[in-house]
Structure formats: C-alpha cells, structure tokens
Design a protein around this ligand. Structure first.
Ligand code: NAD
Length: 438
C-alpha cells in the first residue's frame, strides 16, 4: 500500500515509521523543514523508545521518506492526517486550523479511489464536515476517521500492535473499509478487535476513552486529599480497591496528576464541544476532574515550601523530572514543568534535570536552570522535588542523594520511592503525605 502521512510529530513520525516497517511505501510530509531534515537523516526529532532503530531501518529499506513538498502525496492512495489539534489560547476548544490546512493542502493532489484518513483528535462533527469538503472537491476521493490511541513512551508497540482499531466511515463505504483493512492487515492478523462505526461514534470513542481515564486519576488524587487530612495511606488504599476486578489497579497512582499534549486539552475540548451541542451538563464532571488535577500542582509547591520552612525564596530546590511522563521528552502541559516554574516564580533557586527532556524544556522555558545529571541537581539542595517517575529516579540510592544535599528532604510527587527505605536512610520525618515528604 502507498501511504502518505501529513504531520510528522509524536503521532505522525511514529505512524509513518511503523507503516513502513509493516511493508508499506510511506512518505511523511511536514511543514517544519528542520523536522523533515532530521527525520530524513533517520533521527527522530523527539525521544520515543524504539523509534530511532525503526526509522533508520525503514529509511534504509527505501520504503520511507520525508518531505516538506505536499505534492509528494500524489504517489499514495491512503493519506493519514496526523497534524496537531492544540487547545486554543483563549478558550477550552481545540484549534482545528492545522487539520483544515492539511486537508485543504491535500485536495489538489487527490485522485479517484484515494482515502483521506483522519487520525488527529478532533471535536465530534469534524469528520463529517471534512468528508463533505473532500467530496465537493470532486476528485472521487473519500474520507475516513481512524482515531489514534497510542501512548507516548509505548508509541511503537501501540502502533504495531494496537489494542483496537476504530474506523469511522461514511455509510456504506466498503471501499474505505477495505483500504484500511489492507493498511492494518498485520494488526488484524494478530486478532486486533476492529470497530466499524459512523464518523461521530469514531470521533467520540477517542475523547470518551480520555474522559474515562482522566477521572480515574483525579479520583485517586481526590482520595489523596482526604487521606492527607486523615493520615490514611492512599497507596495502600489504591492497592486495596484495585484488587476489585471492576476497578483495577491501573491509573490509580496518586501524585502530581496528568498532563501532556493530549489528556488535558482533549477533556477540555470535549467539554467545549458538549457546550456547543447543548449537552454541557453531561460532561460537567470533567470540570471537577480538571480542577482536582490542577490542584495537585499547587499542593506540590506548598509541600516543597513547607519542607524548607515556609518560604522557598533563595532556597535551592532540586527538580528531578521535567517530562510530563517517563520515557518521553514531551513537556507540553507538563505538571513537572509547571511546578518548577511556580517554584522559580516564588524566588526559589530551581536546579532542574531530566534524562531526556532538557532540550524540550529549555526551548519552552529558557529561564530555568538546567543541569545534565541528578548529582549536579541535588548537590547542596535545600529540598529535592521528584516530579517525573523515570526508572532511574525510582532506583536512586537514598544514601548517595542524602550525602549530596544540604538538607535531607525529598518530596516524592509521584509516589514512586519506597518510603521505608528513604526514611531509614535519614530523610525528613514529616508524616506520610499523598505526595510523600520523605
Ligand atoms: P505534534 O505537535 O507533535 O505534531 C504535529 C505535526 O504536524 C508537527 O510536526 C507540525 O509541524 C505538523 N503540521 C502542522 N500543520 C501541518 C500541515 N498543514 N501540513 C503538514 N504538517 C503540518 O502533535 P502530536 O502529538 O503528534 O499530535 C497530533 C494529533 O494526534 C493531535 O490531534 C493529538 O491530539 C493526536 N494524538 C496524539 C497522541 C500523542 O501521544 N502525541 C496520541 C493520540 C492522538
């Protein structure tokens, strides 16, 4: 199958490389010339485990190329739209200008039998509007919506072996379904469930999944607030309720909450769309989910302030972790960055590090003080704030960290350190809090 992928960011670059790995001929198109140059040289412009190897082998095979020239899509039959849909600056709604521009840019190059496939996360109703745009251009091409569920950090695995495929198709579009079946033949051969739906359902599946997961995280963080007020242990509580198969233990880790380029803006975009549709009451719970989540960041700042004696001004605070989650360099709406920036704004001397997200952080927040290693970050610190649960941070030696800092106080914003081990090594002996002060 000949495929084009429009937009080669976290989603599109992985999708393009994986599709080529599966044997398809793929051209990736992006408006960012620097990104295209890196990708063409086999270097991902972001950190994603497994992607460098996949990219290099797919380029070497001759099946994968990248360009800024949209006319290169002429060779392809299936055209994936993977451009960004960020939150608009002034409202909760999503900015569709990149999706619209990508589809409009494709129109002059489409031929009869081509299929445009939206992967970007969009408000319900977008696919029907774009399908009409494609139809009215008269090429004979059609449109499908195929939402993406990959998780950064697991993006290659999630693309090669997704846990489900959702096709949003116009009524009776069996040609579109067959083309998508050919694209995903290897995933389907693995037994991947396939849901064929109308446009609206396919669009809603994506945001509904996020609107289910985000409350689970905010639920346990709400329990953390109550646990903190009562001296209860929220981790034990999560373990205990997680044994109930109807609840499950996943996504029940109390801590600094969720962030990133998707979950926060997707639930806000969903609320904004519900309001336009006159069903905002149906999603009013998401407003509370969002505010519980954002409260965690403030609580983290308060805890760090408490452990240094009530005022962070002039205190040296080591920040471990900047990415919104481990195994990613993505700092879009990162809770860790938010906390680091707030501490700096309060006058703290923040010294921040991250295994992969230093460059992305520096680009967005040039004024923070970044260092390359944990050793450099913790040296002489008045407090340590662990904000992203990288594996290497979970494995830190409390004695080594303790011997480098000025004051033995670490606030574990991700509940990922063993409190018994850290307290035994001489950490600060504040009572256990859901954001553990060790
Ligand atoms: P991103 O910002 O990393 O990438 C978007 C890319 O599109 C950029 O490289 C940009 O230069 C390019 N672009 C913008 N306009 C273009 C145009 N007209 N033609 C060609 N290229 C253009 O964003 P992302 O994280 O990859 O997300 C893309 C979409 O996928 C979003 O809707 C997002 O919600 C959704 N999504 C993302 C993930 C994820 O984990 N990142 C997971 C599922 C769904």
């Amino acid at each position: 199958m000949k495929i084009s992928v429009i937009g080669c960011g976290y989603l599109g670059a992985v999708h393009a490389a994986c599709m080529a790995d599966l044997g398809h001929e793929v051209v990736g198109v992006d408006v960012d010339a620097a990104k295209v140059a890196l990708l063409s040289a086999g270097t991902p412009p972001f950190f994603e485990p497994g992607l460098p190897e996949l990219l290099r082998s797919a380029i070497a095979s001759g099946r994968l190329s990248f360009t800024t020239d949209i006319s290169a899509v002429r060779e392809a039959t299936v055209h994936f739209i993977a451009v960004g849909t960020p939150q608009l600056a002034q409202t909760a709604a999503l900015d569709l200008r990149y999706v619209d521009a990508a589809v409009e840019g494709l129109l002059p190059h489409l031929r009869d039998g081509d299929l445009v496939v939206g992967k970007s996360t969009v408000p319900v109703g977008t696919a029907a509007r774009l399908a009409e745009l494609v139809r009215s251009a008269g090429s004979g091409a059609t449109l499908a919506w195929n939402p993406e569920f990959l998780r950064e950090g697991f993006a290659v695995k999630d693309t090669l072996a997704p846990d489900r495929l959702v096709y949003g198709l116009a009524p009776g579009d069996s040609v579109g379904e067959r083309l998508l079946d050919s694209v995903y033949a290897s995933a389907l051969a693995l037994g991947t469930p396939k849901v064929v739906a109308d446009f609206a359902t396919a669009e809603l599946v994506k945001v509904a999944a996020n609107a289910f997961l985000a409350p689970k995280i905010s639920f346990i963080n709400a329990m953390a607030e109550v646990a903190e007020a009562t001296g209860a242990d929220v981790t034990q509580l999560a373990d205990a309720i997680g044994y109930d198969a109807r609840i499950g233990r996943k996504f029940l880790n109390a801590g600094l909450g969720f962030g990133g380029g998707c979950l926060p803006k997707d639930i806000r975009g969903f609320m904004a769309r519900a309001e336009e549709l006159g069903v905002d009451q149906a999603l009013s719970f998401l407003r509370e989910v969002d505010s519980i989540n954002l409260r965690r960041r403030g609580r983290m700042v308060d805890l760090v302030t408490e452990v240094v004696g009530g005022d962070v001004a002039g205190k040296r605070i080591a920040v471990l972790g900047l990415a919104f989650k481990p195994d990613s360099d993505d700092v879009r709406d990162s809770p860790a960055i938010d906390v680091a920036v707030r501490l700096a704004a309060l006058g703290a001397d923040v010294v921040a590090t991250d295994p992969e997200a230093l460059e992305t952080s520096r680009r967005r927040f040039p004024d923070l003080n970044y260092v390359a290693s944990v050793d450099d970050a913790v040296r002489g610190a008045d407090a340590v704030a662990l904000l992203t649960e990288w594996k290497t941070y979970r494995a830190l030696d409390p004695t080594l960290v303790g011997s480098a800092v000025a004051t033995r106080a670490i606030v574990d914003g991700r509940n990922c350190l063993d409190p018994v081990q850290w307290r035994a090594a001489g950490g600060c002996t504040e009572p256990s809090a859901p954001l553990n002060v060790l």
